[in-house]
Design a protein around this ligand. Structure first.
Ligand SMILES: [Zn+2]
Length: 448
């Protein structure tokens, strides 16, 4: 079987194992995918370790020892869990992994069992090549990415760092191609937004609901707070990376230039298709989304207590104090009437957002490997708006890039809609490209 057929075969089995993570401890059952990959990688030279954070929540680490203990180590990290499906929205069985018109269909086909499968195949190819890489090569097939990593990457960093340690890491997600009159580009993600969820506690005075005149009603105050947050327009932050990313887009030059201007950005965003607009807005702004409200006791009692959950996503480098300053501006005179609780942030106790440098051996190796497949293509750094396991390694000081390589005809907006959506699928050419990319990155990384 060729290495490309092995990736297809592994992906098919990983999808059919249905390692669905619904956020509960008892879900995931990643032992099935861990066991499958352990069996696949049982080869001389590869040291295999597994650990279970909770029954069934198993992760696998495969390590190929390098020839030079001083050389940088490289880890290929892929998660083995997938998010649940709503089967009625699918055209084909979400766990059938059927090959239809050159595409493999199923939950995880792009997020990210495709990459996990191709990474495992690359690991095996390197192990069988007969020549040891200079630095250690690690393949980490990790559980529980989709519910925040508590039973996967977080657990591994806290309990098994010696097993998973690596100087450089490649994981989800990159590889979208674009082209305009200035050249050909491949997106490689170098950072992700931070999470700083806040619970806002808004108090009032209870009283009889029949006499609302002049009442101090917490719900009325909360409504005004929600309105102010919705109306708040923080300034965009347009970094050099932002400008490089915009310059690579397949958009008219005139629109690209407005997207790189603070003054013209708001209007330019409104001219993009809705999926792109919300994505590029999130990449250039701190965002605030009021998503949960709880409060009140009884229809005839004036509301004296409301809790409002705000999903706040910070830009790389933004601190909790800076988030507080945003909230002070947004809420104005109501700021003092609210108690704030931080109830989820990542990485804990550090800067809220994480990013890695876009230079050095790892960046250059990805650039050369991409060039082998797509001569003349330049890699461009991007930002992921959600969270991935990259942050756990970044917190330990590793350089982490979200990499991959997709067929040049994959449309980015349509492709991103398949993440956690219906009809997730991957074309076979993209699988081949990813498999070869990892092999070539390992090769160039160990030559540099
Ligand atoms: Zn993922």
């Amino acid at each position: 079987m060729s290495k490309f057929n092995e990736t297809q075969e592994l992906l098919t089995q990983l999808i059919r194992n249905e390692c669905v993570n619904d956020g509960s401890v008892a879900s995931g059952h990643e032992y099935k995918n861990s066991d499958l990959l352990e069996g696949y990688l049982g080869l001389p030279g590869i040291k295999l370790d597994t650990f279970e954070s909770q029954p069934g929540r198993k992760s696998l680490v495969a390590r190929l020892e390098g020839s030079n203990p001083e050389a940088s180590s490289l880890c290929l990290m892929g998660h083995t869990d997938v998010v649940p499906v709503s089967p009625e929205g699918w055209k084909h069985d979400p766990f059938g992994a059927e090959l239809i018109d050159g595409e493999i269909w199923g939950r995880g086909a792009i997020d990210m069992l495709n990459l996990t499968a191709s990474m495992a195949v690359a690991m095996k190819q390197v192990a069988m090549s007969g020549s040891r890489p200079a630095g250690d090569l690690v393949f980490f097939a990790v559980a529980d990415e989709e519910a925040g990593g508590t039973y996967g990457a977080k657990y591994a960093v806290e309990n098994h760092w010696d097993l998973i340690a690596a100087d450089c890491v490649l994981t989800e997600y990159g590889g979208i191609q674009s082209e305009n009159e200035t050249g050909k580009f491949v997106l490689i993600n170098a950072g992700e937004k931070g999470v700083d969820w806040r619970r806002l506690i808004i108090k009032g005075k209870p009283g009889h609901g029949s006499r609302p005149y002049g009442a101090d009603n917490a719900l009325v105050k909360a409504a005004e707070i929600v309105r102010r947050i919705d109306q708040y327009r923080p300034n965009p932050v347009l970094t050099d990376q932002w400008k490089r990313r915009i310059d690579s887009l397949d958009l008219p030059a005139e629109l690209r230039s407005r997207l790189s201007s603070e003054a013209a950005l708001a209007e330019a965003l409104s001219e993009l298709d809705p999926g792109d607009a919300s994505f590029f807005h999130a990449c250039s702004h701190t965002t605030f989304s009021p998503n949960v409200i709880e409060g009140g006791t009884k229809t005839n009692t004036i509301c004296d207590h409301v809790e409002l959950h705000l999903d706040i996503r910070s830009l790389p480098g933004e601190t909790p104090d800076e988030i507080d300053a945003h909230l002070r501006t947004a809420l104005g005179d109501l700021y003092g009437e609210v108690e704030f609780e931080r109830f989820l942030d990542t990485p804990a106790n550090k800067e809220l957002a994480s990013s890695s440098e876009v230079k050095g051996k790892l960046w250059d190796s990805v650039a050369s490997a991409v060039q082998r497949a797509e001569p003349g293509a330049t890699i461009v750094p991007g930002l992921i708006t959600g969270g991935t396991d990259a942050r756990f390694y970044r917190e330990m000081g590793s350089q982490v890039l979200g990499a991959g390589l997709l067929n040049s005809n994959v449309d980015s907006s349509e492709f991103y809609s398949r993440f956690h959506g219906h009809n997730e699928r991957i074309d076979l050419h993209s699988l081949d490209l990813a498999t070869q990319l990892w092999i070539d990155v390992v090769d160039t990384f160990n030559q540099n």
